[in-house]
Ligand binder design. Structure first.
Ligand SMILES: NC(=O)CC[C@H](N)C(=O)O
Length: 257
């Protein structure tokens, strides 16, 4: 069975095309569905094996980035989303998608039932749009970053400063839920955190954009990177390969069992 991906969009979403393409290149065809359609037909969530929350400026980033999208999910789709998490559906939220997952409280712990972390204004007070070096946390539980080496990714946001109380930061670090850190921390995030997962490693949110690194020439330095860089799978796509492999293995185990 080919894994099927749901990408959610609404007014102001702008990375759904890249995200759908990344999942498709990794082997999981994607359907982009408007949030209002899913609210009208919540059982559609059961058709999908993977879910992507795309980046952008949903609802104009009004109130705070991701807040309105998160509230709509909270009041209209929370139970079906939790059911998908309990079914083991991997979820990916990039940038605005991460802001949504954080504000909804699906990260860092979907069963906490409260918001524990946020993405606040960048420390500089400015929108930052550039490629930046990432450190992959080797012992994290995250299935999406498994086996990845340190790499560069593009970032583009004004509200990306990861912020949480010290006890939450201590807990997610001790629990292997910090998956990605900035090497030069351009936005002032607590403990350099760029991406975190839930305790199962399946729900993952990050501020940078792996879906914008689908081809070697996406990297601004690609002409200086050498032969190998041009022939290997771009690291951005490896995130999606990891999740697709996870789903396929799970399907095979279910058939075998
Ligand atoms: N790239 C994105 O997803 C958009 C940025 C985001 N809404 C912000 O904080 O500015």
């Amino acid at each position: 069975m080919t894994p099927q991906t749901l990408i959610l969009r609404t007014a102001g979403t702008n990375c759904d095309g890249e995200l759908a393409n990344a999942f498709e290149l990794a082997g999981a065809p994607a359907t982009v569905v408007h949030l209002n359609d899913l609210i009208d037909h919540p059982s559609r969530l059961e058709e999908f094996d993977l879910i992507g929350f795309a980046g952008g400026f949903s609802y104009g980033d009004d109130i705070a980035a991701g807040r309105i999208f998160a509230n709509r999910l909270k009041h209209r789709l929370y139970e079906p989303l939790l059911a998908a998490i309990d079914r083991g559906v991997p979820m990916f939220g990039t940038c605005n998608g991460f802001q949504i997952l954080a504000k909804l409280g699906l990260l860092p712990d979907p069963h906490a039932g409260v918001q524990e972390v946020t993405l606040a204004d960048n420390a500089s007070g400015r929108y930052i749009d550039r490629w930046t070096p990432m450190q992959v946390v080797a012992d994290s539980k995250c299935i999406w970053t498994k086996g990845l080496e340190d790499h560069d990714l593009p970032m583009a946001h004004a509200e990306g400063r990861f912020t949480a109380p010290d006890e939450v930061l201590d807990r997610i670090e001790a629990n292997g839920q910090v998956a990605l850190r900035y090497k030069d921390n351009p936005n002032g995030s607590a403990r350099d955190i760029a991406g975190i997962c839930d305790p199962t490693g399946l729900v993952f949110g990050l501020m940078p954009h792996p879906e914008r690194f689908q081809h070697p020439t996406n990297h601004p330095q690609w002409t200086r990177m050498g032969e190998d860089f041009l022939t290997q799978t771009p690291i951005g796509l490896q995130y999606f390969h990891n999740a697709v492999v996870y789903v396929k293995d799970k399907q095979a185990a279910a058939v075998g069992g």
